[in-house]
Design a protein. Sequence first.
Length: 360
Amino acid sequence: MTGELDPLLARIEVYAGDVLRPRALETDRTGVTEQTIRDLADLGALNHLAPAEYGGADLDRTADRRLHELLAGGCYNTWLVWAQHAPQVGRIRQAVEEPGSAFDTALADRLLRGEVLLGVALSDVRRFPDRYVAARRTGDCWVFEGTISWVSGWGLNRWIGVAGVDDSEPERPRVVHALIPIGDGVVGTPLRLSAAAGSRTERVQLTGVEVPDSHVIAVQDLDSWRAADVAGAADARAHHFGLAATVLDELRASPHPDAHKVAEVWAPRVDLIRRQAYSLTDAVTAAGPDAPQRVDERLALKVAIGDALGVLTRALLISRAGRGLSADDTAQLHARSALFALVQGQTSAVREAQLRALAT
């Protein structure tokens, strides 16, 4: 529980502040390192959602959010690579605990013990039927084909969680979420990103990749997947607030009194958005999937924290003057991270809400 997890969070807080944050600019230039992933594993951050019998922390929702805040505030690139992996451990745990589960126990054991870093490729389902990864049933396995738009942590992850669409029954398409080893039929091509440039993100081509049922996490109908995706993507999330906290810290450390005033005015606003966002998501979760998902309210808070990040990073850049644009200054790093946050996990509903807010 949360009290038991305080030592874990304390370790991560020290690591994020003493190691990740001082190296954030270098990481953006050269990429997240294997040593960083080993450090996170040693700290217990690669299996924090796993149960104690696997050496995991069994993190609750509040502590999990705090962990996301700390890592995103320390180094946004590192957070992005880690955040592809972290939630999947929880999904694998659910798959293993399902009655009659046929999931590969040896693979699950390694993942739940934090021995393997996962990449993730789920968002291309949003583009179905125009462009997507196809999952085709062939004999006793699934065959995955198509182009994954992006996978972060390439070269660090050994497996990727991929969502493919099975449209063999056009009236009832299904989403197949499976683990695929990086090997034959899996080829990455580097992407040149101006934000989160150190996240080792590549476009990945899958060609005839066979996946046994023992590596399938879940199969669900497309409509239910889309409903959950729309609701989940509408949330203002912990990484937004972690990044905001770091920018506020740097504004407070500025030699300019007016920068302190910006932090003084905006810190309580960010805190209010944070409390409202977490409370709303918790209320919807507690009400269950059949209750109203309150997507419009959640979207309004996501737009609000995006606007706040824009204001705060502009203020930091202004306070640093021309040197804030230099590649060795964190002002431009945080500004680019805030831009990335606007489009990361973006659905059509998120995009429309953002643009409507800008048009008013």
